[in-house]
Design a binder for this molecule. Structure first.
Ligand code: SAH
Length: 354
């Protein structure tokens, strides 16, 4: 008997699914139906696709499998934040976080297993980059959190931020395919305005996003507007220089007319001087932007300490004086290590050491 090496059906586009059915003597629209089961309804079992005949389902089972994620562990914070440990088909674990507020529920999504960047203040950086996530692994995180949002908060997911593990612009194609499916009317039909991609700043890929006419928002993890400081806390910035980043952001704005959000943590003895504040104000005057000051979430093995409120207030005052919008974001889910920069599979690591 000939053994068929089964393909992951979710790697196929809608057109390829239509072609598959035509090839086997069936009408194309069967491909559309399967596409809807997979992407709009998020089903993971051919037998539950009830508008397909047994014949069709068996045909699909012969050639394909449906690789999908499994939520391995769900932790709920006292503030309602949910952190999911997500098991992938090859047993790697990633994390994704659902953050509720009174008005919205936001899904914080991972794009890679681990991260190849080396930000010294981030827990994810301690995990090597093992591999990129596939489009469906990114998409599935969103579907799973949409279900949790409906279950625990009686409303669908309202926002998505690519601020989980990994650098989304180092997995460009897969992230873009996932976002297309998230906004597709035959997928989750979410508005691109409710999606923000956060990057440490890869100039070439920021330009590419502008060229590709993406419609979602862009956030940049800046943390310092001074090259000599930035490259000590984010060593990859030696290669991706601030000047190049700034030019790429100007390019982005010229083409998209979308303001950039700068994410910024204020630390003692790192970026707490007047010249740090002045450099940030100068940069924001040059690029249409707003600043989101993030509370520092302490991680193991790091000698960073958040600056006192008075320094943060000086930042806020200086930016406001120059009419630059600034917000200070309090962390969510700290008690379960679900806040920014804390995603590092702690439980998984603990399990492995026993
Ligand atoms: N690689 C992407 C997305 C992941 S990080 C990026 O760099 O934007 C998501 C955000 O959390 C980034 O702004 C990052 O700089 C910030 N962050 C990382 N570690 C942190 C920590 N310990 N405390 C607070 N924010 C942190």
């Amino acid at each position: 008997m000939k053994i068929i090496d089964k393909k992951d059906i979710r790697a196929l586009s809608k057109e390829e699914l239509q072609f598959f059915f035509r090839q086997h003597g069936f009408p194309s629209f069967k491909g559309d139906q399967v596409y809807q089961w997979l992407w709009q309804k998020g089903f993971h079992d051919f037998d539950l696709m009830t508008n397909l005949s047994l014949n069709h389902r068996n045909l699909l089972k012969k050639y394909f499998e449906i690789k999908h994620i499994n939520i391995d562990l769900q932790q709920r914070s006292l503030d309602g934040t949910i952190k999911n440990a997500v098991k992938l088909f090859d047993n790697f674990i990633i994390e994704s976080v659902l953050i509720p507020t009174s008005k919205r529920t936001t899904a914080c999504v991972s794009s890679q297993v681990g991260c190849s960047l080396d930000c010294t203040f981030c827990a994810t950086a301690s995990l090597k980059r093992m591999r990129n996530l596939n489009p469906d692994e990114i998409y599935d995180q969103v579907v799973a959190m949409d279900k949790q949002s409906r279950l625990y908060h009686n409303r669908p997911l309202s926002n998505i931020v690519f601020m989980g593990m990994g650098e989304p612009l180092m997995n460009y194609n897969n992230v873009m395919v996932a976002i297309e499916k998230i906004i597709d009317s035959e997928g989750l039909a979410m508005s691109p305005k409710r999606i923000i991609l956060s990057t440490s700043g890869v100039p070439k890929m920021i330009r590419k996003m502008a060229d590709d006419k993406v419609r979602f928002g862009l956030a940049v993890s800046l943390h310092s507007a001074r090259q000599e400081i930035r490259e000590t806390i984010m060593p990859f910035a030696k290669k991706f220089k601030l000047d190049d980043l700034i030019e790429a952001l100007e390019y982005w704005y010229a083409f998209t007319k979308k303001k950039i959000t700068f994410e910024y943590v204020v630390w003692n003895e790192i970026n707490d001087l007047k010249e740090d504040i002045d450099a940030l104000v100068r940069l924001c005057k040059r690029i249409p932007s707003k600043v989101n000051i993030i509370q520092y979430n302490p991680i193991d093995n790091a000698s960073f300490k958040e600056a006192p409120q008075s320094v943060i207030d000086s930042y806020i005052e200086a930016l406001s004086r120059s009419k630059i919008k600034v917000t200070y974001r309090r962390s969510r889910g700290v008690d379960i290590d679900a806040a920014c920069g804390q995603l590092a599979n702690k439980l998984d690591k603990k399990e492995k050491t026993f």
